[in-house]
Design a protein around this ligand. Structure first.
Ligand SMILES: [Zn+2]
Length: 353
């Protein structure tokens, strides 16, 4: 008789409720599959969105409750199934956060964050990284780490890679003398500031309501910071950009005020990217407000290429990834700190801690 090994996992049992610590079996490994020992799992605002009072199930038929939360995962390869090559036991790895199956038109074009299966990622309707082990159906999401510590690398998989997706999208517009605005200097925005500095010659302007966040991103390379978001913001941004507006505005908040100010701060031919899921609305005549000859876009998640590029920059020491470590038993405390906005770096839960 085989004994089933059990492990603790922080699982969402109901939308609108905090996760519960439950015992679940350690997943078995079949042909082509991989078991990863979780070194650290970063916590994300989207997790909080699922557990906050009033949260409802998203309209995805593949989601099954309960499931283990956590999608910012790094660790070590624990076990590989028959036929797996390129990865061996003990190897440090980071997991691409957005799920994709690899064969559809989007995947083949390198647009894998748009894959038809992308709504069913680890920690999103399927078991994620808030457990000692996480199961992968294939090696597709694995990226090898060289010098980075897998205990703290997890946030690169979503916070940094999603920012990379936004920044890559606007890079062709950012020649010397141009300006890029980052609205929201939180977990994602602070990576966006760094990526814009690392990959472009644009002047980077960060906007946030929290002065401590603005001090932080100034240390990370923002040239200018603007406190608060309101009716004055678009005018202030124009004043900082010779009256023309910015070549690119990336909005990591996405509420009414940031959408309105952000769009009004884009110059003609510029781009506005909506990343933050604040579910804001734009109640103004679009004809006059959209950037003339410009671009407005949104997206979710990030691609394998985005994370590969993030890992390359981080391994080269060009990306600061400040984290605050929490023991596995303190996961709810860490989520509370995230919800209160009192973290400076990204919260990382260490299963062995
Ligand atoms: Zn696909």
């Amino acid at each position: 008789m085989t004994t089933v090994r059990m492990m603790p996992a922080w699982r969402l049992t109901q939308f609108g409720k905090p996760p519960e610590l439950q015992q679940v079996p350690v997943p078995g490994v079949g042909a082509g599959e991989v078991l990863v020992k979780v070194a650290g799992n970063g916590l994300c605002h989207s997790d909080v969105g699922m557990m906050e009072a009033g949260a409802v199930a998203p309209p995805f038929p593949t989601w099954r409750l309960p499931f283990t939360l956590g999608h910012e995962i790094a660790g070590w390869v624990e076990e590989t199934g028959a036929g797996v090559s390129g990865f061996s036991r003990g190897q440090p790895v980071i997991l691409v956060a957005t799920h994709s199956e690899g064969t559809c038109a989007y995947c083949r074009a390198g647009q894998d964050n748009n894959c038809d299966e992308s709504s069913a990622g680890r920690g999103y309707g399927r078991d994620g990284g808030l457990a000692p082990y996480v199961h992968l159906a294939s090696t597709r999401p694995l990226i090898a780490l060289k010098s980075l510590d897998p205990r703290t690398a997890g946030p690169l998989a979503d916070a940094a890679a999603t920012s990379m997706h936004a920044v890559r999208r606007v890079l062709p517009r950012l020649s010397r003398g141009s300006s890029a605005v980052v609205i929201g200097a939180g977990g994602l925005g602070s990576f966006a500031v760094q990526l814009l500095r690392a990959l472009s010659e644009a002047r980077v302007i960060a906007v946030d309501v929290n002065p401590a966040r603005l001090d932080y991103v100034r240390r990370l390379g923002a040239h200018e910071t603007l406190p608060g978001v309101g009716e004055h913001t678009a005018g202030e941004l124009r004043a900082l950009t010779s009256g023309h507006g910015a070549e690119a505005v990336l909005d990591f908040v996405g509420i009414d005020a940031t959408i309105t100010a952000g769009l009004a701060a884009v110059r003609r031919t510029g781009a506005y990217g909506l990343v933050g899921a604040g579910m804001g609305r734009l109640n103004l005549p679009w004809f006059h407000l959209l950037p003339k000859d410009g671009e407005v876009f949104n997206f979710t998640g990030s691609t394998i290429a985005d994370l590969s590029e993030v890992v390359r920059l981080a391994e080269a020491g060009r990306l600061v990834n400040d984290t605050e470590r929490f023991a596995f038993s303190d996961t709810l405390k860490a989520y509370a700190r995230l919800a209160q906005g009192t973290l400076l770096g990204r919260a990382v839960v260490i299963p062995e801690g």
